[in-house]
Design a protein around this ligand. Structure first.
Ligand SMILES: Nc1ncnc2c1ncn2[C@@H]1O[C@H](COP(=O)(O)OP(=O)(O)O)[C@@H](O)[C@H]1O
Ligand SMILES: [Mg+2]
Length: 584
């Protein structure tokens, strides 16, 4: 149970709710214990023929009153206990999400989105169950069991109580045992259902591919298979869950059997009254639920604790990229003089160097072009500059300060980064472009950024213009449109350092030329890094480096590199040729 310590603050804050909830629960339990007493009195009066119609009315009224009391009491404990459990779920989910946001990118390389989603749903649910229904069950199991047993022994008969109780522990045991199996099978059902819905979803999303490859029949066959699997899992579950209820009824019937037999004898012998007999049966029926609850609650608490432990491993995980002790907090601006000094870098848990011995200076206002094959280390260089990963060998200086002395917030706020994957959110286009800004920013700024990235004309052609939603329920942008939207998102920040990572690869050469022309204005007075595999993108840069296998193998201006007649030159020749072929 130590795992729940993480929630200590929450418990302390909400101890009043838990207290009130348990109090209402006990009030309900006490009221439930009154009903058998009323039944006893009524039966005894009936038997001795001394019940008047007025009395009957009085007792009927009393039963209704108790019923209303029980109903209201249940409402209040639900509000306090279940309500607080919901609050806990809300609290824990926020805590988990904020913590995950603080973790470094490398964490997300290792942990799959699906697993994280499972923690956010299943595990949080299990914790909620343990600290909601779990508390209810413990309270009921202890209180009703003790109180009912006390009443049975005190008001009726000890031996009858002992005999009637005999079968009941089997209830607790079976519910606990079967509950485990049922839960496991239920999980299989959930998993196979998630396979099923993944399959369907992917098929609808990829319907064009399916049709153009004439794979409908094949896909139907595959779907049938996962559907069958889901059916089988459901049947497996029903087979055992269907067994539980009849079994519970059978066990409680055994108890009733004993009571009718031995209790009947006691009534005939006049050891107990008929009213005692009726009340005893009524107490017995109250005991069935707490007996099941004991079995349930063991499972629920175990599951909750295991889930809490899994959530704790995330919550206790420390971010890898943290603010340095030497960070200069009042540095909120960056000029943009960049200096890489003997930088070598391996990704965590890898053997190969992604960058080797990089020495590089980019003065403020200059543009650096980086070309190189896929996997040569271009993006890695940028990752280090953004501190998405921390350097391990060598130094990076910005404005002559080691990069770690610049507050992370300052560093990232002053860099405009159009990343290679151009990830856009399922928001509107203007929300995507203005992603860096919290408050509503001037529309004209958004339009201006869109114009520079030559996406403005495309956007205003959509029926809802800049308010067009993207993603599942909105429009799908072409690769080039996505790139240009992501570019606008970087430009609008008016950053000191502007980085375009392969941001023009999906745009045609004419549009590229236009964008580069527009960018000229934007790029003055900033430090710019243009990563590209097209020479046309970088040829006007002040300085160009060619990366290969993590090393700088060539550097200089476009003219220098052409004169070198090396890799850059050969890429250039190849691309000229391609262009000529395209223009034929
Ligand atoms: N997150 C990562 N973990 C491990 N290795 C990586 C990671 N990202 C990139 N690499 C490796 O580092 C090398 C350089 O990659 P990258 O900088 O993305 O190349 P480029 O941008 O030039 O295509 C490649 O060998 C790549 O496989
Ligand atoms: Mg890359």
């Amino acid at each position: 149970m130590g795992h729940f310590k993480t929630l200590k603050k929450f418990f302390i804050e909400h101890k009043k709710n838990y207290f009130l909830g348990v109090m209402w629960l006990i009030i309900v339990d006490i009221l439930q214990l009154i009903i058998p007493q009323i039944l006893r009195t009524v039966t005894d009066l009936l038997e001795s023929n001394s019940l008047s119609t007025d009395d009957l009315l009085k007792y009927a009224f009393l039963i209704i009153l108790t019923g209303i009391g029980i109903g209201s009491g249940r409402y209040f404990w639900r509000i306090h206990i279940q309500g607080t459990a919901r609050k806990l779920e809300y609290y824990l989910r926020n805590k988990l999400f904020s913590h995950l946001q603080s973790l470094s990118t490398s964490y997300f390389n290792v942990h799959k989105t699906g697993d994280l989603m499972a923690h956010a749903t299943n595990d949080i649910n299990a914790v909620r169950m343990a600290l909601g229904m779990g508390i209810v069950m413990i309270t009921d199991a202890i209180f009703i069991t003790l109180a009912a047993l006390f009443m049975m022994i005190k008001t009726t008969n000890l031996i009858l109580t002992i005999l009637a109780m005999f079968p009941l522990p089997f209830l607790a045991y079976t519910v606990q045992r079967l509950g485990k199996v049922i839960h496991k099978r239920f999980k299989f059902v959930q998993e196979s259902f998630s396979d099923l819905s993944d399959r369907a979803q992917e098929n609808f999303a990829g319907v064009r591919v399916v049709k153009s490859f004439v794979q409908e029949k094949e896909e139907i066959k595959k779907f049938k298979k996962v559907n069958q699997e889901n059916f089988n899992k459901n049947m497996n579950l029903v087979k055992i869950s269907g067994f539980l209820r009849p079994f519970v009824q059978f066990i409680s019937a055994l108890s009733y059997l004993i009571v009718i037999w031995y209790g009947g004898i006691l009534v005939i012998e006049n050891t107990i009254s008929l009213g005692d007999f009726v009340a005893f049966n009524s107490y017995l029926s109250l005991l069935v639920w707490p007996m099941m609850a004991i079995g349930h609650v063991i499972n629920i608490l175990q599951r909750g604790a295991a889930s809490m432990a899994r959530i704790n491993t995330i919550l206790f995980k420390k971010p890898e990229i943290i603010e340095s002790k030497n960070a200069i907090y009042d540095k909120t601006n960056i000029n943009g003089n960049i200096h890489f000094k003997n930088v070598s870098f391996k990704y965590p848990n890898t053997e190969e160097y992604a960058l080797k011995n990089i020495n590089l200076k980019i003065p403020k206002g200059n543009t650096l072009g980086i070309v190189g094959k896929t996997g040569s280390g271009k993006t890695t260089l940028v990752n280090l500059l953004l501190r998405l990963y921390d350097i391990t060998e060598g130094d990076i200086y910005i404005d002559n300060l080691p990069i770690k002395q610049i507050p992370i917030k300052t560093l990232r706020e002053n860099i405009g980064y159009a990343s290679q994957d151009n990830f856009l959110f399922s928001n509107t286009i203007s929300e995507n472009i203005a992603f860096a800004f919290d408050e509503n920013i001037d529309k004209s700024k958004i339009y201006n950024a869109a114009k520079i990235s030559e996406i403005y004309d495309n956007i205003i052609e959509f029926p809802r213009g800049f308010d067009t939603a993207l993603g599942e329920r909105g429009v799908t942008l072409s690769g080039g449109q996505r790139q240009r939207t992501a570019l606008a998102r970087a430009i609008i920040k008016e950053p000191s350092i502007l980085i375009l990572d392969d941001s023009l690869s999906a745009v045609d050469t004419q549009t590229e030329e236009k964008i580069l022309n527009n960018l000229k204005r934007v790029m003055t007075n900033r430090t710019n890094i243009l990563i590209a595999h097209r020479i046309s993108t970088v040829k006007n840069a002040d300085h160009i480096i060619v990366l290969d296998n993590g090393k700088i193998i060539e550097s200089g201006s476009h003219d220098d590199l052409i004169n070198n007649q090396n890799l850059y030159y050969s890429i250039y020749q190849k691309q000229l040729l391609e262009e000529k072929i395209q223009n034929i």
